[in-house]
Design a binder for this molecule. Sequence first.
Ligand code: FDA
Length: 397
Amino acid sequence: MKATMERFDAIVLGAGAAGLMCAMTAAQRGRRVLLLERANQVGKKILISGGGRCNFTNLDVRPERFLSGNPHFCKSALSRYRQQDFIALVEQHGIAYHEKTLGQLFCDGSARQIVDLLLAGCAKGGVTLRLNQDVQEISKPDDFHVVVNGSLAAAPALVVATGGPSIPKMGATGFAYRLAEQFGVSLVPPRPALVPLTVESAGIGLEDPGSLAGLSLDCVARFGKAKFREAMLFTHRGLSGPAILQISSYWQPGNEIHLDLLPDIDAAAYLKARKQERPKSEARSVLSEIFPNRLAQTIALRHLPEGSLANLPDRSLESLGARLKNWPVQPTGSEGYAKAEVTAGGIDCRELSSKTFETRKVPGLYFIGEALDVTGWLGGYNFQWAWSSAWCCGQAL
Ligand code: FDA
């Protein structure tokens, strides 16, 4: 290679949440850091997150709220760089924020403030940041050599912070996985997570779930031991809303999820009490007192014989009541990476130090953020993972 070689202490690939945080942390410790971003701007996912207000962390971060083939892996980083540390940084920068629900913290203003905070931190440390960088080749003759836009940069440390393949429309790719493969680092098979599920009428036991599109209701969604009480939403293709996104991360294709559609009500007792009080009422009008009208009609049509409550035997009401509390849904699949907020699976954590994020096989090679097999719940957990993993890595460079 004839081009002159620039030398750094560390090269960080990807200027998203994790890459910016890592570069800023290492640079403020005096390291010469080159941060390379393929897109024409940094932190695109931060900018669109939380409806433009960035749900940047959660007050109640706990290791149990992260999925991983190695559930202990996240503990060290989450305890060394905690949500309180990021909140302190946000406060130092005078960014106003609020708790929306379930401990989720959002900017009062705009997600841009979080990106600006990180950029200011990088500038303070003297990070060399380059946009529109197309990495062509990476090798490790001794240090890492990165050929990018026709020039060559070298460093003893290479940090891969290029995220996962969710939302390819925003430029997301499996770059981290290809690099892992190149260096013999193993992967847990990646899959879309925090993603809407697709369901057909037979799979939900309702005539035409598409006709319910737009309806939302409070529910408890369950799969195995995981359960979430939040809103769910009917879509043209199936189910979405926070409860469904959360359970999608746990769902295994081919299996049912279960929904409690009346979390605060003993449904069978409720229906039988209405029968006592108002025997002449139609079942669907009673159901429409506890469900949106369209849903009440669809449930009555599909799951109860026609007629007034007086004509319905208690056992029909009991069986509908039991179903409403434990409604089985057989998803056909998910809406895939195109709609997945995050990617579960990824670089196998057993290959890395949980303290430094350096791979055991290749000294000097680090992976952080969403590229790893660590996936948080919805609600600020994934950004906290990006901050925590990146900060710990930045301390080690
Ligand atoms: P991230 O994807 O942020 O960054 C990777 C960077 O690497 C990108 O800038 C990319 O362009 C760059 N890159 C890729 N390939 C490259 C290459 N070959 N060379 C150089 N650069 C390359 N989480 C949360 O906690 N709260 C929230 O409110 C939301 N909201 C939300 C909304 C939406 C619509 C999505 C899609 C996701 C969220 N998330 C979220 C999840 C959160 O955005 C995600 O977990 C983090 O952005 C992951 O941070 P990383 O830095 O690991 O990857």
